[in-house]
Structure formats: structure tokens, C-alpha cells
Design a protein around this ligand. Structure first.
Ligand SMILES: [Zn+2]
Length: 88
């Protein structure tokens, strides 16, 4: 990794996994489309992880999604149900 070029320390953006060569560029970078998109994707992923629960061990696969939706709706709005067909 090249952290020092001409004595100027580069700034690392761990959202984009990239180096920014100066602070004015960092401001531009942080407002840039790519950074914003990746940042939002990261936050969405984090938020959905924090709101997720994992359940397994069901036999009825046909109505499972609906059954889970009905059951967990009593605790709040169910935004997404992901059924891993291989592991149910
Ligand atoms: Zn970035």
C-alpha cells in the first residue's frame, strides 16, 4: 500500500476501500455518488442485520413464508422473509 506520496498522507475510505489523496478530495469523495451508494448499502445491511432473527427446523415448506409472516406480525411489521430452500 502506498500511504505516503511526496510526504502527504493519504486518507483511507473504508466504505469504498480506497485511498483519497487529499482532504479537499475527501469532501468531494464523501459527497460522491459511489461513496453515497456504498455507504447506504452498508447502512441498509447493518440495519437489516440488527432487525433480523434467524429461525429454522420447519417441515412444511409450502406455506412457511406465509406462516412466518402471520406469526411474526404479532410483534411488528415484517419487512422481508428470506427462506433458504436448502436449509429449511
Ligand atoms: Zn468512500
Amino acid at each position: 500500500m502506498e500511504e505516503n506520496i511526496k510526504g502527504r498522507k493519504k486518507i483511507y475510505c473504508d466504505v469504498c476501500d480506497t485511498f483519497i489523496s487529499s482532504e479537499p478530495l475527501l469532501v468531494m469523495h464523501n459527497n460522491g455518488k459511489k461513496h453515497q451508494r456504498l455507504l447506504k448499502a452498508r447502512e441498509d445491511r447493518k440495519a437489516s442485520t440488527e432487525r433480523s432473527i434467524y429461525v429454522r427446523g420447519f417441515e412444511n415448506k409450502i406455506t412457511l413464508e406465509n406462516d412466518l409472516n402471520v406469526y411474526f406480525s404479532q410483534f411488528g411489521k415484517v419487512s422481508n422473509i428470506f427462506v433458504d430452500k436448502e436449509k429449511v
